[in-house]
Ligand binder design. Structure first.
Ligand code: NAP
Length: 283
């Protein structure tokens, strides 16, 4: 059965590759971007199956318009991909609110508002999927990307809660956690805190250096990433968490080991905190 997709941030990178892969196999796609001109090639390649729309995730009415287009032309959609997002490099102390708050508007609040407008349509479809782009930085925080990690940790928590809310309604949530993939991410889609402090040269400063030397050299192939995401969407039992690529797998494994090790080391002390036997029911 062909699916219909609605994808944010299709001007380049993972969003574009997911849109191309879905359309190439015969699915319908509402491909969206802040500047719909960037989608012209895609629309020309697949005139029957691709519709394009302007969607800035910080403008919920633009999401509503794209959703209305999907309903009008395709009778709704089965898969929402919340892909739009960008990063910020800087130590916690270095970045100013005017530098990090707009990223929360896009990565977190934009994702929430797009999803809220899509849910009434998705709830009507059998086997609907919501794919939320998190990151390896959504699994573990690294020096120099704390603010970005905070946005992606927010995506993780929201998505886990949403998964529990919509599973009984037949909608599944997939949190994609990519490692480094060769997209616009380390170039035009990452901001850098203007203030640079010498005390953070050995920590957050390393992230600035990483960006300089790795833009365009990331090992991850976004076409392969898109293929894995399509497989996960198609699965009868899709994963809630999908670390993508070997770097993301390494991050997840180290996180699990460190978490487990802290818990084991402190279990006997940290667990002894209740008043005594109670009848409390876990939420
Ligand atoms: P990309 O090629 O730079 O794509 C980012 C996309 O987000 C662009 O289409 C950009 O559109 C869009 N976008 C930014 N702000 C937007 C807004 N307000 N409304 C709508 N679209 C907006 O980078 P990418 O790697 O494909 O990034 C896609 C997602 O993967 C992001 O959520 C990112 O955090 C995540 N991710 C990427 C990597 C990686 O290494 N590539 C790793 C972990 C997570 P414009 O053209 O208008 O700027």
């Amino acid at each position: 059965m062909n699916k219909t997709w609605l994808i944010t941030g299709c001007s380049s990178g993972l969003g574009l590759h997911i849109a191309q892969a879905a359309a190439a196999r015969g699915d319908n796609v509402v491909a969206t971007a802040r500047d719909p001109d960037t989608l012209r090639d895609l629309a020309e390649r697949f005139p029957d199956r691709v519709r394009t729309a302007r969607l800035d995730v910080t403008e919920p009415e633009s999401a509503a318009a794209a959703i209305a287009l999907a309903e009008r032309d395709f009778g709704g959609f089965d898969v929402l991909v919340n892909n739009a997002g960008y990063g910020l490099i800087g130590a916690l102390e270095e970045a100013e609110p005017e530098e990090y708050r707009p990223m929360f508007e896009v990565n977190v609040f934009g994702l929430i508002e797009t999803t809220r407008r899509a849910l009434p349509v998705l709830r009507r479809r059998r086997g609907a999927r919501i794919v939320n782009l998190s990151s390896g930085a959504g699994i573990s925080g690294g020096a120099g990307s704390g603010h970005y990690s905070a946005t992606k940790f927010a995506v993780e928590g929201l998505s886990e809660a949403l998964a529990r809310e919509v599973a009984p309604l037949g909608v599944r949530v997939i949190i994609v956690e990519p490692g480094p993939f060769r997209t616009g991410f380390l170039g035009r889609s990452i901001a850098t805190a203007e203030r640079e402090m010498e005390v953070y040269a050995g920590t957050a400063g390393q992230r600035r250096a990483y960006r300089e030397s790795n833009d365009g050299r990331q090992a991850g192939d976004p076409e392969k990433a898109a293929a894995v995401i399509l497989r996960a969407v198609d699965a009868d039992h899709p994963p809630l968490h999908l670390p993508l690529g070997p770097v993301a797998y390494g991050i997840a494994e180290r996180k699990l080991e460190a978490f487990r090790s802290d818990m084991e080391a402190w279990r006997s002390v940290a667990i002894d905190t209740d008043y005594g036997p109670t009848a409390e029911v876990a939420p």
